[in-house]
Write a protein that binds this ligand. Structure first.
Ligand code: NAD
Ligand code: 3PG
Length: 387
């Protein structure tokens, strides 16, 4: 029986795959084997010794202490691309809201008083304050050409915009998906110089915190729009507020409200709604649920953020999954322990990533407790599971 602890509301479509026969799923439990989470902050959480895996039903993993999880031999998974369309649609909405001053105009219309003739008069007199601009004459900068960024860039091209993209680590697969008309910037500064609107689709980390600061805002065209559906800290909020006040920025559209942004006229702050559609919630929960099941039951690793991709069809009678520090002679020591217990290896794979190695070892016979204990006792081994 495996125990799955949920820290946020996870779509039932994803949880349904954990059949009652082999799984217990609850929002409160002790000694979980795995955790399913969305945006709950796990940094200050006590990590139970029983924990083997964390599944982030979404993209961003900055709420999970990845290094601490690796140290404890815990695999962390996410659901790349599963909510990308939902975010793309929100970015397109944000661009149109800002370009046509829709929130301010809507607010104006909602507050009109008097009879219909008077309302009509006020409409015609007031509308000039909300005149906007159209997208095809403008350039959109897209920072981060991953699952979301590529979809946003392609959609903006279809709307007739000029699009400039920047991503120093773009994958070949993403390059294949990108509209050929998207132009390449050589740096964030190069991109900002060239665009009227900029949107960020990058993870939050030490390199991206406050990527948008006062110097960079100053280098943008006057009257630009910044869209941030990535993470609040990508942007220096004080610098954005100053740029709005001076007119350097026309609007700031984001998914991360704060006290500082509250009540600001040209700020459109949504309550972290980018991935909140039934489709995205289901896609994420199903994808990460499948990955957790395959990891718990077979040790296979798909879409992990701290382990290498390892998928091995099962062979032999039982399987060992071993996570260890990536040092010389670890495979030698593991096979020596198996040899001493007279256990024959049928098939094995060893892969590594960022100082962590992961082994799947299929053997001819049952693995006895003494052999498993022997492997767990090797210096540098972080986790041993017999599957
Ligand atoms: N608002 C929401 O609800 C919502 C939903 C999904 C994702 N997000 C956020 O958006 C981020 C991106 O999501 P994704 O699914 O596109 O992820 P992704 O991993 O597919 O793409 C991220 C891209 O950013 C690039 N990148 C990293 N550092 C960069 C830098 N300094 N400059 C330029 N590019 C850089 C990477 O190479 C990668 O291609 C997530 O990490 C998450 O924080 C928010
Ligand atoms: O990184 C993500 O996937 C988004 O920020 C979505 O977060 P949520 O799952 O809490 O809506």
């Amino acid at each position: 029986m495996y125990k799955i602890l949920t820290l946020n509301n996870i779509s039932p479509k994803g949880l349904d795959q954990f059949g009652h026969e082999h799984y217990e799923v609850a929002s409160e439990m002790s000694q979980p084997d795995a955790i399913m989470v969305r945006s709950a902050n796990m940094h200050d959480m006590d990590i139970p010794g029983s924990l083997k895996a964390v599944g982030r039903a979404g993209a961003g993993v900055n709420n999970i202490p990845i290094d601490a999880m690796s140290e404890r031999g815990v695999a962390v998974f996410n659901a790349p691309g599963a909510n990308a369309n939902a975010v793309k649609e929100m970015v397109l909405a944000g661009m149109l809201l800002a370009a046509r001053n829709i929130p301010q105009a809507w607010d104006y219309a909602r507050q009109l008083e008097g009879d219909d003739a008077s309302v009509h008069k006020q409409v015609e007199a007031g509308k000039k304050k909300y005149a906007g601009f159209e997208l095809p004459s403008r350039t959109l900068g897209v920072v981060g050409l991953g699952a979301i960024g590529v979809q946003v860039a392609n959609a903006a091209r279809l709307l007739g915009m000029r699009v400039v993209g920047y991503d120093p680590h773009m994958t070949v697969n993403r390059a294949w998906q990108l509209n050929a008309g998207v132009e390449q910037a050589v740096s964030v500064d190069d991109l900002l110089n060239r665009c009227d609107m900029v949107t960020f689709h990058i993870p939050l980390n030490d390199h991206t915190r406050h990527l948008i600061n006062s110097d960079r805002l100053h280098n943008m065209k006057r009257g630009s729009v910044v869209l941030n559906f990535a993470r609040d800290e990508i942007v220096d909020e004080q610098a954005v507020l100053a740029a709005l006040a001076s007119g350097q920025l026309h609007a700031y559209v984001c998914d991360f409200p704060s006290n500082g942004l509250k009540g600001q006229d040209r700020v459109i702050a949504l309550p972290h709604l980018g991935a909140s559609t039934s489709e995205a919630e289901e896609n994420c929960a199903i994808m990460v649920g499948e990955q957790l099941r395959d990891y718990l039951e077979n040790g296979n690793v798909r879409n992990s953020v701290n382990l290498p991709e390892v998928i091995l069809p099962r062979a032999g009678k039982s399987r060992l999954a071993v996570m260890n520090r990536n040092r010389p002679d670890m495979v030698g020591q593991i096979s020596h322990v198996l040899g001493q217990s007279n256990i024959n290896i049928v098939h094995m794979v060893n892969e590594s990533r960022n100082g962590i190695a992961y082994n799947l070892i299929d053997v001819e016979d049952e693995i006895d407790e003494e052999a498993a204990r022997g492997i767990a006792g090797i210096d540098g081994v972080l986790r041993v599971r017999v599957l």
